[in-house]
Each structure stands twice: as C-alpha cells, then as structure tokens.
Design a protein around this ligand. Structure first.
Ligand code: DOR
Ligand code: ZN
Length: 350
C-alpha cells in the first residue's frame, strides 16, 4: 500500500477566489498546494475587460505573502456585448488564458452572462482563430428543465451545435457531473476537454439530504446520482488527457450558505489535493494522480510543466470545523467535510 507520493506541483484549472478580505483568506490555501490556477471572472462586477483582469491579477498577487510563488492565470467573462476586438486585446495582453461562458442566470454572479450563443459569434470566431480556449459552465437555464438534466440538455442543445459551427475551437467543459458529459468528451475531438472537481468525485446527491438538508454540499452543477459519480471517477483515473483537475472551490461565508436561499459552492481549496488523493487511492489508481493534477491541464493550456513538487502522505488528520473569512476573519468559512477525518496529508500543511 502506497504510503507516500511525490508529484510535480499541481495546477488548479478552475478556481474562485473572490476579492478583498475573502481573497486574502483563501488565496494562501490554494498557493500552499498549487503552482498556478485558472481564476474565474464571476466577481460582483464581472471581469469582462482586459484592464479589469490586469487589476484583478495584481490584487491576487498583492494578497499573497512575499515568499509565495503562485501564478494566477486570468480569464474574461463573456457577455452578449463581448466583441472580437476584446478577444484580440486579450491575446495581445498575454495574461488571459480563456474566456468563460456563463449562460445568463446559470449560477453565482452570472446575470451578466450570455443570453444566446449567437450573440457571441464574432468573439467565438476570434477565439477559434487565435486558439484561446472557451471555458463553459454547461447547464441550460430554462426553468422547465429538471435541474438534474440541465447539463445533459446543454450538451445536446448548445454544445453539440457549437462544435459543429466551431470545429477548431478549444473548449473546456467545466466541472462535469454526468455520465453523459463523460461520454460526450470521449467522442469529441482532442481539443475538447473537461475538468473534474473533488466534490463531484467524492459525493453523490444523497449526501445533500443525509439526515437533513446539507447546505454546505450545495453547488452548481448540483451533485448527481451514484452512477454518474462512478462515471466521473472512471474518467478521472483513466489516464485520458482530456480529463484534468479543476476544483471549482467556491468560498461563501457560513451565513450565506446556511440561509433560506443558500449560495452554491463548496470550499475545497484548503485540502484539495488531499481530497483528490482519497479518490484516486479508493480507485486503486494513485499512479494516475500526477498526470491528472500536474500534466494534462498544463499541456492543454500550453503551460510549461512545473519544476517544484508536492508530497502527499497517507495520514489521518482532522479537517477544521471552520476557517476565518471576510473582514478581520469575523465571518466563517466552512470547509468541505468540516470536522471530519481526511486520510491524506500534503507536506505543505503545517
Ligand atoms: O457552485 C458553484 N459556485 N458553481 C458555480 O458555477 C459558481 C460558484 C461560485 O462562484 O460560487
Ligand atoms: Zn466555477
């Protein structure tokens, strides 16, 4: 039984870090385990322009302790107004690694998202030409579609036609949750890939209702049934470079989660690699963890392989019940599986 594993420093290819005090609270957790992260642009004022991404990147760097080596990889938020010109500016700036498509209303801070894919046609043409990836929150927003079917219906009604119209566009279908998404990615061309979160690999939808309603396990896309979780695990451990790590760690204050209308998102950045190690260990595939975490995503984004390393050790430790959050740490952030035992420990943890 493997007791210790040293891997190339991983990258988180899908991450939310917010701004201000919250940013300062969470960014060190990610920087402790990851070398780089693709930073989501769904701030209260969405990051739609290059100058906003430049300012946000600086804000992230300023929030890091001086001795930390961590590289935020910025993205822009697509709206109905995003022009081809903005895409050319993004390429020119050199710090933009993807454009995020939120169907309007699909999730947290997505109201300014895209209402109809046709409206971003010129932007998509420019992205295809320049080789800039499209990062997709793949759920339809039609309220008449069952929430558990929204990813599947998105693939059928939006993504398949999109691929036909833009056959060379690089696409990341983010945080996939269904067997349908796995099957879609498997049959798609090599430049159409997917990220997988730790929480969708670890839990099925029963967890949401275990002994009562569990607001900290609510995220979007919502957890699915066990057969889907198993398909995700098979994809993650398959060694297929089309599936790689993206935590979708999404912090919200405790009071915003434990509410009559709780926010979507789980906070996994604190112990992300330890959670993924549990998944791969359980599947008897620890030898596949490094490529999934440190190779495939970097290759897709055209990034050099990291030269630093992370060591994971089989060791039980208790996940804190809560973490400081917000102004002077007065709010609380409840990490995923708070108060429970984690079976792997990263060397970066004190
Ligand atoms: O659960 C989620 N939280 N899903 C998303 O798509 C957005 C994220 C957030 O920003 O809170
Ligand atoms: Zn996300």
């Amino acid at each position: 039984m493997t007791a210790q594993l040293t891997i190339t420093q991983p990258d988180d290819l899908h991450l939310h870090v917010r701004q201000g005090d919250a940013l300062a609270n969470v960014i060190t957790d990610t920087a402790r385990q990851f070398s780089r992260a693709i930073i989501m642009p769904n701030l209260i004022t969405p990051v739609t322009q290059v100058h906003q991404a430049q300012a946000y990147r600086q804000e992230i760097l300023d929030a890091l302790p001086d001795d930390t080596s961590f590289h935020p990889l910025m993205t822009l938020y697509l709206t109905d107004q995003t022009s081809a010109q903005t895409i050319y500016e993004a390429k020119e700036a050199g710090i933009i690694h993807g454009l995020k498509l939120y169907p309007a209303g699909a999730t947290t801070h997505s109201d300014a998202g895209v209402t109809r894919i046709k409206r971003i046609w010129p932007a998509l043409e420019a992205m295809q030409t320049l080789g800039i990836p499209l990062l997709i929150h793949g759920e339809v927003t039609d309220p008449s579609v069952d929430i558990f079917d929204r990813e599947k219906v998105f693939i059928e009604t939006v993504l398949e036609p999109l691929l036909a119209d833009f056959p060379a566009l690089k696409i990341v279908l983010e945080h996939i949750t269904t067997r349908d998404a796995v099957d879609f990615i498997l049959q798609a061309p090599g430049h159409v890939v997917a990220t997988l979160t730790a929480h969708h690999l670890l839990l099925n939808r029963n967890a949401l209702f275990k002994g009562g309603i569990r607001p900290h396990l609510y995220c979007l896309p919502v957890l699915k049934r066990e057969t889907h979780r198993q398909a995700l695990v098979s994809a993650a451990v398959s060694g297929n470079p089309k599936f790689f790590l993206g935590t979708d760690s999404a912090p919200h204050a405790q009071h915003a989660k434990e509410s009559a209308c709780g926010c979507a998102g789980m906070y996994t950045a604190y112990h992300a690699m330890e959670l993924y190690a549990e998944v791969f260990d359980e599947a008897g595939a620890l030898d596949k963890l490094e490529d999934f975490s440190s190779t495939f995503g970097a290759k897709f984004y055209g990034l050099p392989k990291n030269t630093t390393h992370l060591t994971l050790t089989r060791k039980d430790w208790e996940i804190p019940a809560h973490l400081p959050y917000g102004k002077e740490g007065k709010d609380r952030l409840i990490p995923f599986r708070a108060g429970e035992i984690c079976h792997w420990k990263a060397d970066a943890r004190s």
